[in-house]
Design a protein. Structure first.
Ligand SMILES: C[S@@+](CC[C@H](N)C(=O)[O-])C[C@H]1O[C@@H](n2cnc3c(N)ncnc32)[C@H](O)[C@@H]1O
Length: 278
């Protein structure tokens, strides 16, 4: 039985993490999870991956940072022993690294990586987490690319947590759930738990769309089928980020070192007290 979480401390810690999050780029399906759901999700992930090496395959939400920070801040007494974020957005990678450096999170790191490339450290992790593009226009094939990289990260053994759309009124979400579960099964993983309709997002054109936690675990002996990681076949590219949106970017580069907690100078103009008199 885990101890009760001090909600006040937890929300304030996650608020620090949210301040540090780069703004989302909708072209790549970056849509951030709401803060309350981040708090709950971080506790779930910390409990699930307690004492393990955890790879995040993409993490614009910064759940990775929240999980690491809550442990160091002693809001949670449990959590992963090591967390690495693999993301193609340099703003995300640098934001994770800067936060880890500033707050002394020695067990948190990030690497620039595109899921279309072979995975750099196959088998180096015990579990993986992914909140990928949700594959609404390709029947979940983009989800499967991210899941495949996660499975490579854990060497075809261990556990995964996949965060994808969950909505009873949308056929595409049901088809994606079925396709991702079928793909996981073909790769030697079974669905070990599902927490339905758990998270909401800052998604202005579809604020009611929610996601679930889909937990998968390897069948015994699955590590023996380990195959070398190779680049993703182009046949999986169509509609990757939505209708007619193929991947064409290797990395999103950071142009300047921003301070996400402060308004940039080009966002406002100061009208001085004396100005009204001419
Ligand atoms: C696609 S978003 C999904 C929505 C999620 N709520 C979020 O904003 O993180 C997940 C993460 O995947 C990353 N991502 C998108 N395409 C990628 C790619 N080809 N390789 C690696 N990471 C990618 C994004 O930068 C983002 O951080």
């Amino acid at each position: 039985m885990r101890e009760r979480v001090d909600l006040h401390k937890a929300i304030n810690a996650v608020s620090d993490v949210v301040q540090n999050r780069p703004r989302p780029l909708r072209d790549f399906d970056q849509i951030h999870m709401k803060t309350g759901d981040m708090v709950v999700q971080s506790e779930i992930v910390a409990d699930w991956a307690d004492g393990k090496r955890l790879a995040f395959i993409g993490d614009g939400d910064a759940v990775s940072v929240a999980v690491a920070y809550l442990k160091v801040r002693e809001v949670l007494s449990f959590g992963p022993s090591q967390i690495t974020v693999f993301d193609f957005d340099e703003r995300t990678v640098n934001a994770v690294k800067r936060f880890a450096d500033k707050e002394g999170l020695s067990h948190l790191d990030a690497q620039l990586y595109n899921v279309l490339d072979p995975f750099p450290e196959p088998g180096a992790y015990d579990c993986f987490y992914t909140n990928p593009p949700w594959g609404a226009s390709n029947n979940g094939e983009s989800v499967n690319v991210f899941v495949e990289r996660g499975i490579e990260a854990v060497g075809y053994e261990g556990d995964g947590l996949i965060v994808i759309a969950d909505d009873d009124d949308r056929d595409w979400a049901k088809n994606v759930l079925a396709n991702v579960q079928a793909f996981s099964s073909r790769t030697g993983f079974y669905v070990s738990r599902m927490q339905r309709k758990l998270h909401e997002y800052h998604l202005d054109d579809d604020p009611l769309l929610r996601s679930c936690n889909l937990f998968v675990s390897a069948v015994p002996g699955n590590g023996e089928r380990r195959v070398p990681s190779v680049a993703t076949d182009k046949s999986r590219f169509p509609n990757f980020y939505g209708n007619a949106q193929e991947p064409r970017v290797r990395y999103v580069r950071e142009l300047k070192r921003p301070d996400y907690g402060k308004a940039p100078d080009d966002e406002y103009r100061l009208e001085l007290l004396g100005d009204q008199n001419g």
